[in-house]
Ligand binder design. Structure first.
Ligand SMILES: CC(C)(COP(=O)(O)OP(=O)(O)OC[C@H]1O[C@@H](n2cnc3c(N)ncnc32)[C@H](O)[C@@H]1OP(=O)(O)O)[C@@H](O)C(=O)NCCC(=O)NCCS
Length: 178
């Protein structure tokens, strides 16, 4: 398995991977929705605001993860992990955790202080995430599942001090994702 940064020539293949994977796990409408989200993320985000990493086997992309900037109206450097997809028949082999850890390592090297995500606490706790209260870091939109708002400090700083209201990149500016 080869892990690397995504590049723009991979965009169509990546969009198809997300559409296929989420269609398999959550049904076709969700697959289309996440495929569309990823299209907007890759095509509409400023270069400095997005990081993507891929896992490839025999030239085929079998996993992909994105991190996009979260702003807090202060100089805090924060990113949000979302979404991540591993090809259905490659799931459960550690590829997801490897991609998450590659992203975390790179963001830490770049001086990012906090990362957040919105997902299953049982999965993300395996890679260092813990629940974050809305009073500490308010999610960009009202959450359908507030227990899924998760974060971690990358520099040993406290995730107990209030950071305020988070703002996401344009592609996530839609309540249906939250
Ligand atoms: C969720 C996903 C990214 C995990 O990647 P993966 O490579 O399959 O997972 P890993 O092999 O790194 O980790 C496996 C572990 O996580 C657990 N796990 C995997 N998917 C899980 C899920 N959806 N919820 C909870 N736990 C999960 C497994 O039970 C396993 O636990 P173990 O290590 O104790 O045995 C992948 O399964 C996927 O693409 N799923 C469909 C799309 C999706 O739900 N994306 C996440 C939301 S953006």
């Amino acid at each position: 398995m080869k892990f690397s940064k995504y590049n723009e020539f991979d965009r169509l293949e990546i969009e198809a991977l997300f559409t296929r994977t989420f269609s398999d796990s959550e049904g076709e409408p969700e697959g289309k929705l996440i495929g569309h989200l990823v299209h907007k993320l890759m095509n509409g985000s400023k270069t400095d605001d997005i990081f993507g990493f891929i896992a490839a086997e025999q030239g085929q992309i079998v996993g992909c993860i994105f991190f996009t900037r979260l702003s807090f109206g202060s100089p805090i450097k924060a990113f949000m992990l979302s979404p991540v997809a591993i090809e259905t028949d490659h799931q459960g082999k550690g590829i997801g955790q490897k991609l998450i850890n590659i992203g975390i390592k790179r963001l830490r090297e770049l001086g990012v202080e906090f990362i957040f995500t919105y997902g299953d606490p049982n999965y993300y706790s395996k890679v260092g995430f813990e629940h974050v209260a809305q009073e500490v870091a308010e999610a960009p939109f009202k959450l359908a599942h507030p227990e899924g708002w998760l974060g971690q400090s990358l520099d040993g700083g406290s995730l107990e001090l209030p950071l305020g209201q988070a703002c996401c990149v344009e592609a996530f500016n839609d309540p249906q994702y939250w």
